[in-house]
Design a protein around this ligand. Structure first.
Ligand code: NI
Length: 379
């Protein structure tokens, strides 16, 4: 007898490899969209028509009335040259599924196929969202603006986790992934002769002091129960050796795990930059670009997330927080939900040119999200 699970796994492996071979960058996932639509249609799954050129939304209507809940997979790849040596390596030069979104997509197609077969057990509807542009933090907003979340009561998703073995699921209530924001500081002094600095206001010296002072925000202004990272990643000024330039620019990123810390930091940075510049008679302009909020899991769902894994014979561990960002966080600022780590036993970290994973995790993830959707629909 051929095992149904083996057949489904084989299909999901094929899907994942086809996606892996043809990765597309954020907001350019046109062919990926076509593939997902085709595979869902082949399985007889209803596709909901939203005003979306990229991304797909499918829905399984349960046999009994109930809530609408959503499952979400991200579908985009990264501007990385693949170096895995896999026979199904990327055919798109400089583009790679180095974060495993091909795995997320194939797994959720698996969940859609299983839910379609088990729709008698579903109460209400399960909406399955294949979201573009996670890597550039625009996809979740894009999906929300198209009205896809309308009527959705809760949303669930995952990220693969190379450090965890296949069959292990990491759960954690509250903050799981960091907020991601970007800042720029422009310091304007007075340019002049490098040999006569007293006639100038040197933006390089001022910027250096700002960089140092920014580091004390985390250690002196935040509660010791909060954590944050402020990294200055670019410092640009001047173009020769004997001229004091007029301007200097700083750029960098801030990560936190608490909403409160995220709210406090920009004002503290602005004050520090402006205050230091002013003390030298210069000016600093501070610009803040919010990207992604902290990913905060709704505590009430931790129990069902863990129990579902146990019910299927999978291992549950307390999820470790990640300082990476994830735009699933945006959904959780609108509706309740839960995001888990899915063990894939990979040799390399996310975004590595040799990133890969154990494909047996595809069936684990498909089974898990099928059962989770059914269990949540019965709550
Ligand atoms: Ni990712």
């Amino acid at each position: 007898m051929v095992d149904e699970q083996d057949l489904l796994l084989k299909k999901l492996v094929d899907y994942r490899r086809e996606l892996h071979e043809h990765p597309e960058l954020s907001m350019k996932e046109y062919k990926t969209t076509d593939r997902i639509r085709r595979w869902l249609q082949e399985a007889g799954i209803t596709i909901l028509e939203f005003p979306l050129e990229i991304g797909v939304v499918a829905e399984i209507a349960g046999a009994q009335p109930g809530p609408t809940i959503a499952l979400r997979a991200d579908i985009d790849a990264l501007p990385i040259q693949e170096n895995t040596g896999l026979p199904f390596s990327s055919k798109n030069d400089g583009v790679m599924h180095a974060c495993g979104h091909d795995f997320h997509t194939a797994s959720m197609i698996g969940a859609a196929i299983l839910l379609q077969k088990r729709k008698n057990e579903v109460k209400g509807n399960v909406r399955i969202i294949f979201q573009p542009a996670e890597e550039i933090a625009q996809g979740a907003t894009f999906i929300e603006k198209a009205g896809v979340l309308d009527g959705v009561e809760a949303i669930f998703g995952m990220h693969n986790k190379p450090e965890l073995p296949v069959g292990t699921i990491g759960v954690r209530e509250g903050s799981l992934m960091a907020s991601v924001d970007r800042f720029e500081i422009e310091v304007t002094g007075v340019g002049g002769h490098a040999g006569i600095p007293n006639n100038s206001i040197d933006p390089i010296v001022i910027s250096s002091q700002i960089v140092t002072a920014l580091q004390s925000i985390v250690s002196r202004n935040l509660s010791s129960f909060h954590n944050a990272v402020i990294s200055v990643t670019r410092m640009t000024s001047g173009n020769t050796w004997n001229v004091i330039p007029e301007k200097a620019e700083l750029e960098g990123t801030v990560r936190t795990f608490q909403k409160k810390a995220r709210e406090a930091i920009p004002e503290l940075m602005k004050r520090t930059a402006e205050g230091i510049a002013q003390s030298f008679g210069a000016k600093a302009e501070f610009r803040w670009y919010p990207y992604m909020p902290v990913l905060e899991n709704t505590p009430e769902f931790k129990k069902v997330a863990a129990e579902t894994a146990v019910e299927l014979g999978y291992e549950v561990v307390e999820a470790e927080q990640s300082p990476a960002g994830e735009d699933f966080a945006h959904y959780l600022t609108k509706i309740p939900g839960f995001f888990v780590w899915m063990g894939v036993d990979g040799p390399k970290e996310w975004h590595h040119p040799a990133f890969t994973l154990d494909e047996n995790a595809l069936i684990v993830a498909a089974n898990y999200f099928t059962q989770l959707a059914i269990n949540v629909s019965h709550k």
